[in-house]
Design a protein around this ligand. Structure first.
Ligand SMILES: O=C(O)CCC(=O)C(=O)O
Length: 265
């Protein structure tokens, strides 16, 4: 693997609401099939809140205390298979608070970064049950500067711009984004890629939870806004090859970072 290439695999999975055991077992199976594939990925990405789904009324009972179970499981898998993982997000119990947190681990099984969702989604009552994070999600994987945002965060262009200004070239976005807002999902992700001239790797869940249905359509978008891969509404593993030199080429072709006028806005 050269430092300028990154093969990503997205686990577009269904999530059993309120059933961490079922979800850990499902994820384990998907991970195994991912690393047994002919061409092993460099980075694997999961969806948002994959341990519990949006079982918010029971979240303080079934969340992962300090993320210990998730961290031990992911770290061991990364070390065993020499792979990086951006472990979607889990409901993490921190004292008497609950956060929606991504853990990322490197090929040696060391924690490479952590990010708790900073914009809570009122339409799904997140602010009643969850505590927002207050730091940005930045990390390096195989020497590539990367960022993490979660679902609703993509509606806030200032956040991805901040990450881009800090040098991020690949943005990972775990999500549980439902119907009927597929148009928003595709448009916002594509805009984040084009305006920041970065790769966007977004993993959305599929399946239904009560009356809410999730459409998948996980995507990898390049810095020119081209969609390299896009899922349908079924459970599947999507892969794409990122060529990091494209980020520099696009940024040199249309130098938006040099042309910004932040003194005016
Ligand atoms: O912004 C949206 O339309 C969906 C956001 C969402 O479902 C979430 O953040 O969990």
């Amino acid at each position: 693997m050269s430092e300028q290439q990154l093969k990503v695999a997205i686990l577009q999975m269904d999530i059993a609401i309120g059933e961490p055991e079922t979800n850990f077992a499902k994820l384990s199976e998907l991970l195994e099939s991912c690393v047994q594939a002919e061409s092993k990925p460099d980075v694997i990405v999961f969806p948002e809140m994959w341990n519990t789904g949006y079982a918010l009324d029971r979240i303080s009972e079934i969340g992962d205390r300090d993320g210990d179970r998730t961290k031990a499981f992911i770290s061991a898998f990364c070390r065993k298979h020499g792979v990086n993982i951006v472990a979607g997000s889990v409901a993490e119990l921190d004292g008497d608070q609950v956060r929606n947190t991504i853990y990322a681990f490197d090929r040696e099984g060391r924690e490479a970064g952590e990010y708790s969702k900073i914009h809570l989604f009122r339409l799904m009552d997140e602010e009643k049950y969850l505590t927002a994070g207050d730091t940005l999600g930045k990390l390096e994987l195989d020497g590539v500067p990367a960022g993490m945002m979660i679902c609703y965060d993509i509606r806030f262009p200032e956040l991805s711009r901040r990450l881009a200004l800090d040098g991020v070239k690949v943005l990972f976005v775990p999500a549980e984004w439902p119907h009927p807002r597929l148009h928003h999902w595709r448009t916002l992700l594509t805009a984040r890629a084009i305006e920041n001239q970065m790769y966007v790797v977004a993993c959305n869940r599929v399946g239904t939870s009560g009356t809410t249905s999730f459409f998948g359509h996980s995507m990898v978008i390049d810095p020119w806004g081209e969609i390299l891969t896009e899922g349908d509404e079924s459970e599947q593993i999507l892969t794409a090859e990122l060529d990091l030199t494209v980020v520099d080429k696009v940024r040199a072709t249309i130098p938006v970072f040099a042309d910004r006028r932040p003194e005016l806005y």
